[in-house]
Write a protein that binds this ligand. Sequence first.
Ligand code: URA
Ligand code: SF4
Length: 202
Amino acid sequence: MTSRLDEVAARVRACTRCELHRMRTQAVPGHGNPNAEIMFIGEGPGWHEDRQGLPFVGAAGQFLNEMLSNIGLSRDDVFITNVVKCRPPGNRDPLPDEIAACAAYLDEQIAAIQPKVIVTLGRFSMARWFPNERISRIHGQPRRFGDVVVVPMYHPAAALHQASLRATVEADMAKLPQILAEARREAAAAEEKPQVEQMRLF
Ligand code: URA
Ligand code: SF4
């Protein structure tokens, strides 16, 4: 049976909605556990990702793997994707119309996975939930949006290029198990609430 995520991935691989499809070797829909409690959203595929069809497999990906392993997680426990699924040429920033064209795929992935926590890596995925915020001000601070808690973090590539950010990203990542535990508690409480209210009727 084809899962909803596989079905989205198939449409992403064939997508021609924005100009980025012309320059790609292949699209990079995303990878990981379809039942992940944590979802990571980066910016867009780089050179290695475009070649392999998988997200975060270059230097930034190695660093991300390391940080995941430090909190007892592997890539197969989480789901990893990007704001745009095709590589911007020369790794330039994705353009607003490209992000807008690709947003529906990300919406569908989030709806299919229903993660408890979303970690945004870098400012492009952060802007989806925090459009007017500065990452230097809000990194590492979880905020609830309906059923999901969103935690903005610096992009691992930025941390590789700027030594002072490395410790910051690592410290934010180290908070993730606690943030997830709290999100689980809140989800469980939200599920119990209607029952409690029903019982009061009797
Ligand atoms: N940087 C990103 O934002 N995404 C990737 O998949 C790889 C590097
Ligand atoms: Fe389609 Fe997104 Fe690739 Fe643009 S970046 S062609 S919208 S999959």
